[in-house]
Design a binder for this molecule. Structure first.
Ligand SMILES: C[S@@+](CC[C@H](N)C(=O)[O-])C[C@H]1O[C@@H](n2cnc3c(N)ncnc32)[C@H](O)[C@@H]1O
Ligand code: SF4
Length: 454
């Protein structure tokens, strides 16, 4: 892609882990009644067939990595573990009391923050507490995020014994200057140890998170990071574009400024360099940001077109109901979204009063549901179609006009009643989704709320 196209399309834009995206949820939010109603609807439509997913947010980290955009709480005090786990289990009780029958769990994902901040014993209590009130689907998938610096063999063994078979380790970049700038010193040996131990124990999919666009990253540092990654051959690699969002309260992005970041064309070169090397190593690009070996089930999901995208990013299977537990978690009932309060204190206080800790949400209308399908199709399969009347909507013609403009730039190809994103235009996939994003188009933001698309 030419530099001028990169300049033209590198604008602030959503990452589309949901539609509508969080900043465009209804200001009025969602009533508790509507949230319960839609949760029950999604549960009844799906529990027997596909099961439900649980996302559990474990927010604590011992040290602040200054590039991090996640919802986390930095502390070295481990006495926070006990009350937090107790509260998550109480929140789970609220849902189990709402549901008409025992849920069948298809997926559990422990995200953070740093789940391995918690002791193996506490993680065991958490998962056993969850499973005491649920059944597992036969093809269940449990996964967790881990920091290589604080993941012990015991963590890996305990979670394996509970049924976890996938994990992902934050790596970001192996270059010392980059690591110093983002306040995250993490030797290769730690990643090597946790990756090898995972495999010895029997994990079937180990993933590494790499980030491009970090301060002081260069083409050479990306090459060297991927050379090191090659030695460990993770089954999946998340190759995230660094999201620079210092205006968002509480993320703590500091210690460097915009001048230290690779500029747009340089950043694109970092991505292209990484992508080329990963392809040479046998990794296939899956959706946006992700690469997998052909032996990993995410690759199979892409081939079979069962890939799905939600707040956790890409997943190999889809469930209609994803319940998010823990502070800041977002739940998705397909017909609605709901987000939990964003501080540990508030979260614990509300749940301990026996109430759902939801502070905002969105009830999807018919148009939202149709646009949501198009955006999911584009993000997961790089194509969508409005051949089926069910997927037509009143402003489709205006949307087609925007896509025709992109067609002139080679970003989309029209098929019979649909579009396809050609291989070379994949970095622009967020821009293509923006052509469908009626809520964004109708309410152009006046301040920066999204990171750049490229
Ligand atoms: C919750 S962390 C992973 C687990 C653990 N806390 C760790 O850091 O190793 C999730 C991942 O999000 C990614 N991430 C965090 N902040 C980001 C940002 N500003 N831009 C892009 N990716 C980011 C990083 O790759 C990070 O590994
Ligand atoms: S990158 Fe991971 S360890 Fe670092 S602050 Fe973010 S969540 Fe915590």
């Amino acid at each position: 892609m030419s530099d001028s196209l990169i300049q033209k399309y590198n604008i602030p834009g959503p990452r589309y882990t949901s539609y509508p995206t969080v900043p465009f949820w209804d200001e009025a939010g969602i009533s508790l009644e509507d949230w319960k109603k839609t949760t029950l609807r999604a549960f009844n439509e799906s529990n027997e067939k596909e099961g439900i997913s649980l996302y559990i947010h474990l927010p604590f980290c011992e040290n602040l990595c200054t590039f991090c955009g996640c919802h986390k709480r930095i502390t070295k005090r481990h006495d926070v573990e006990e009350p937090y786990i107790t509260t998550v289990l109480k929140e789970w009780d609220l849902y189990c009391n709402l549901l008409p029958q025992k849920p069948n769990i298809k997926e559990i994902h422990l995200g953070g923050g740093t789940p391995t901040f918690f002791s193996p014993q506490k993680l065991r209590e958490l998962i056993e507490g969850i499973l005491a009130k649920a059944n597992r689907c036969t093809d269940y998938e449990f996964s967790f995020e881990a920091h290589p610096n604080n993941t012990t063999k015991e963590h890996l063994q305990v979670l394996f014994d509970l049924g976890f078979r996938r994990n992902s380790f934050g790596v970001q970049d192996y270059d010392l200057k980059v690591q110093q700038t983002i306040n995250r010193i993490q030797p290769f040996e730690n990643v090597e140890r946790t990756t090898n131990q995972s495999r010895e124990i029997g994990y079937t999919s180990v993933s590494h998170d790499l980030v491009f666009g970090l301060p002081f990253q260069t083409k050479e540092s990306i090459i060297s990071t991927i050379e090191k990654t090659k030695l460990l051959k993770p089954d999946r690699i998340a190759f995230y574009s660094y999201a620079h969002v210092p205006w968002i309260k509480g993320v703590g992005q500091r210690g460097y400024d915009e001048n230290d970041l690779p500029k747009e064309i340089e950043k694109r070169i970092l991505y292209e360099t990484g992508k080329k090397l990963l392809s040479e190593l046998g990794y296939v690009e899956i959706g946006m940001d992700h690469f997998a070996l052909v032996t990993d089930n995410m690759h199979e999901a892409m081939v079979k077109k069962t890939l799905h995208r939600n707040f956790m990013g890409y997943t190999a299977g889809k469930t209609k109901l994803m319940i998010g537990l823990g502070m800041s978690s977002i739940s998705d009932s397909w017909y609605s979204f709901a987000q939990n309060v964003k501080t540990v204190e508030e979260y614990q206080e509300i749940v301990n009063k026996g109430e759902f800790p939801i502070f905002r949400g969105h009830l999807l209308n018919n148009e939202d549901l149709i646009i949501r399908e198009h955006i999911l199709n584009i993000m997961c399969h790089f194509e969508t179609s409005w051949k089926d009347d069910r997927l037509k909507f009143p402003e489709l013609n205006e949307c087609i006009e925007r896509l025709q403009e992109m067609q002139k730039d080679g970003l989309v190809e029209f098929t019979e009643n649909g579009i396809k994103v050609p291989e070379k235009a994949r970095p622009f996939v967020r821009n293509i989704c923006m052509a469908f994003d009626l809520r964004l188009i109708r309410n152009k933001p006046t301040t920066r709320i999204f990171s750049m698309t490229i």
